[in-house]
Structure formats: C-alpha cells, structure tokens
Write a protein that binds this ligand. Structure first.
Ligand SMILES: Nc1ncnc2c1ncn2[C@@H]1O[C@H](COP(=O)(O)OP(=O)(O)OP(=O)(O)O)[C@@H](O)[C@H]1O
Length: 362
C-alpha cells in the first residue's frame, strides 16, 4: 500500500459553490468545503446530497454549477485520473454472487490497471486486511452482509489509492459489525496513509472514527469542524438524583448548587422525552473531567443519592437545530428549510439510537 503520505496535499478535496440540480430537486446547493488529509465524515439525513457529491467528485456526474478538485485534479477534466487515484465503495450492493472474493477483487485490480501478478498479490493483502482471508475462495453469494461490505471495501483499496470514498459502509450491519467496520476504516488511514471520506447518517459513529466531520442538509453545508471541536461543543452529562428529607426536590437543589458553582445546567433538554422521568434529569454542559468531579462532589455535599450520571452527546437533530446559531466554519451557504425535521426523519430510519456517542461515563 502507499505507506506514509509524504506528498500529501494540503487539501484532498475542495469544492466551491458546487451545485447539482435535478429537474425536481436541488441535490447540492452552493456547497463550498475544504477537506484535509485524514479521515473525514460526511454526515446528513437520507437525501442530503452525500452520494451526489461523491459521484461528482469521482467525475461520474457533472455539476450544474461551481467547481470541485480532488487531489488537486479538476473533476470536469481529470475524471479518469481521479478514478485511478481514488477508491470508491458504493452504497448499494453491487457484488456478483457466483464468484469468490478473490476472483472479484483481482478483476477490479486488473480493471484499475494492475498487472496480473500484482493484482493477485494486492488482492491477497487487501482481503487479509479486511479480515476475509479465510473465506476468500467462497462465492460471495453465501457471504453475510458484513462480509459483503468488506469485499466492497477491499475492491476500493486494491489499487492502492491515495483517497477512498466510502458511501454508508456500515449500512445493514449490527452493532458489532459496525464497530469492526469503523475500526477497519480507521486503520485504512493509520496503517496505509490513505485518506478517507466516509458518509453516514449517524453522527455518532463518524465522531468516533473521523478527524473531521462535515454536516450537510438539503445539499447545503451546515457545519465543518474537527471532531474534537464537535465533541467539545456537543457533550453534556445527564444527571439524575434522589430526593431526601433535607432536599424534597433533590433535582432542584442540585440544579441551584451547580448553577451557583458556574456550571451550565438545563432540564428537559431535547431527547429527554425518551427518558423515564424527564423532569428529574439535569443536563450539565461538560467542559472536561472537572465537570464530572463537580457533579459528584455537589451531589455528595447535598447528601443526595446519585441515580446516574452519563455522558450524553446531542442527537443529530439537535446539531441541525443548533446549526443556525453556530457559525459554520468556512460555510458561505447557510442552512435553510427545516433541517431539524429532516434530521429527525433520518433518526427514525436508523436501526440504532441516533444519540451521538452514547458512551456511559457514569
Ligand atoms: N439521478 C437522480 N435524478 C433525480 N434526482 C436524484 C438523482 N440522484 C439523486 N437525486 C435526488 O437528489 C437528492 C440527494 O440525493 P443523494 O442520493 O445524493 O442523497 P444522500 O445524502 O446520498 O442520501 P442516501 O443516503 O439516501 O442516498 C435526493 O432528493 C434524491 O432524490
């Protein structure tokens, strides 16, 4: 594989006012974004324009207006060079059932221009990397969804690209399969120095995997920021306490004490509807470990019982709702329409909770 990225571009993808209009819908609406080397997540509800962007970046579909460059190459003129240097894992199943993973991936390597011996060697290496080495001679038709996703990933990597586009690689996977796939994606960058653009409608899994997250909605850029920045902004603690004789309203007492100590505290935050007793849950903006200590010490000081304290990051819908208030970094286009509703709709389509992160820190 390509090893260390000595000749990395400052940006791997640059779009300027990129617009794609279909007869009935504007799939991309003046999207301007710069993407640096590393692992970048592209998140948005179904229909947000993610796949359309990938097709334009590969030179497979023309933009209506605007410009786009991939690895310094112009998508309108250099499509075939881009496709030599970029791997693509499409969203939908596109695998022939009657051939083995080895046969298929060797074929894709040959299509990408590798000579026969190199194609076989690279196929073996790539299938080993994605964890399909043992099953590589079995027909793909008998594979599980997770194994098929791995074959799709392998064919995207086999020609040793500088960059890969992975369109919804965790689709259809159970939580364990998702975690394994996310780990593999991370290693595509750490082990081989290949930059990754990965799409998902689940912000949480992208946050765990990516250095940078780009949020699109209705074809517009909603937000582009580093994962650390994203997580910092969106992390809060959900805290639930018992009442005592001294504090018949334990939640109220804790809220007052935390506010007096300078913490940002709210009740009934969006998403609290799903909790057993939303009125008794406090949401404390977490600024770091000291927030955990403050909550623990304040609860102890009041003599309350701590029922739970867990890390709760905002749901994707909240990120969309907050977007108007947040200055989108480098975003000339502002969010329009009703993004929260569309994001919420995306949440309903997920097969696990949309809560970002969801880690239990208590
Ligand atoms: N070939 C096409 N002709 C007409 N409309 C299209 C075409 N391809 C996509 N669209 C529309 O453009 C919008 C963006 O679609 P796109 O597939 O890019 O979204 P997406 O974010 O990738 O969502 P999904 O994950 O559901 O594929 C949608 O409204 C879609 O219906």
């Amino acid at each position: 594989m390509s090893g260390a990225t000595t000749f990395e571009h400052v940006t791997v993808i640059v779009t300027e006012s990129l617009t794609k209009r279909y007869p009935r819908v504007t799939a991309l609406d003046r999207l301007s974004v710069d993407i640096a080397p590393g692992v970048t997540g592209l998140v948005g509800a179904n229909g947000a324009g993610k796949s359309t962007l990938i097709k334009i970046l590969l030179g497979l579909a023309p933009a209506t207006e605007g410009t786009a460059h991939v690895l310094g190459l112009d998508v309108t003129k250099d499509g075939s060079t881009i496709r030599e240097r970029v791997g693509y894992m499409p969203e939908h199943d596109c695998l022939p059932p009657d051939v083995s993973a080895t046969e298929f991936v060797v074929h894709m390597a040959r299509m990408a221009g590798l000579p026969p011996t190199a194609a076989r060697e690279r196929t073996a290496d790539t299938l080993r990397h994605v964890g399909l080495y043992e099953e590589r001679y079995r027909p793909i038709g008998g594979y599980s969804t997770g194994m098929k996703q791995r074959v799709k990933l392998a064919q995207a990597l086999v020609h040793d690209p500088q960059l890969v586009f992975l369109d919804e690689p965790t689709n259809g996977l159970d939580p364990v399969g998702r975690d394994e796939m996310l780990g593999l994606i991370r290693r595509v960058h750490t082990d081989f120095g290949i930059s990754v653009l990965v799409t998902s409608h689940l912000l949480g899994e992208l946050e765990r995997t990516c250095d940078h997250v780009v949020v699109v909605d209705g074809g517009k850029l909603l937000r582009s920021s580093s994962t650390t920045e994203f997580t910092k902004v969106t992390t809060s603690l959900a805290v639930e306490v018992t009442d005592t004789d001294a504090h018949p309203d334990g939640t109220g007492a804790l809220r007052a004490a935390l506010a007096a100590a300078g913490a940002a505290v709210t009740t009934g935050a969006p998403g609290a509807e799903g909790l057993a007793s939303p009125g008794h849950v406090l949401f404390v903006e977490a600024t770091g470990d000291e927030t955990y200590d403050l909550v623990r010490d304040t609860v102890a000081g009041l003599g309350l019982g701590l029922v739970r304290m867990e890390q709760r990051r905002h749901q994707i819908a909240e990120v969309f709702r907050d977007a108007d208030a947040q200055a989108a970094v480098g975003a000339p286009a502002q969010a329009g329409g009703a993004p929260a509703e569309r994001a919420a709709a995306a949440g309903q389509n997920t097969d696990r909770p949309t809560t970002v992160g969801g880690g239990n820190a208590g």
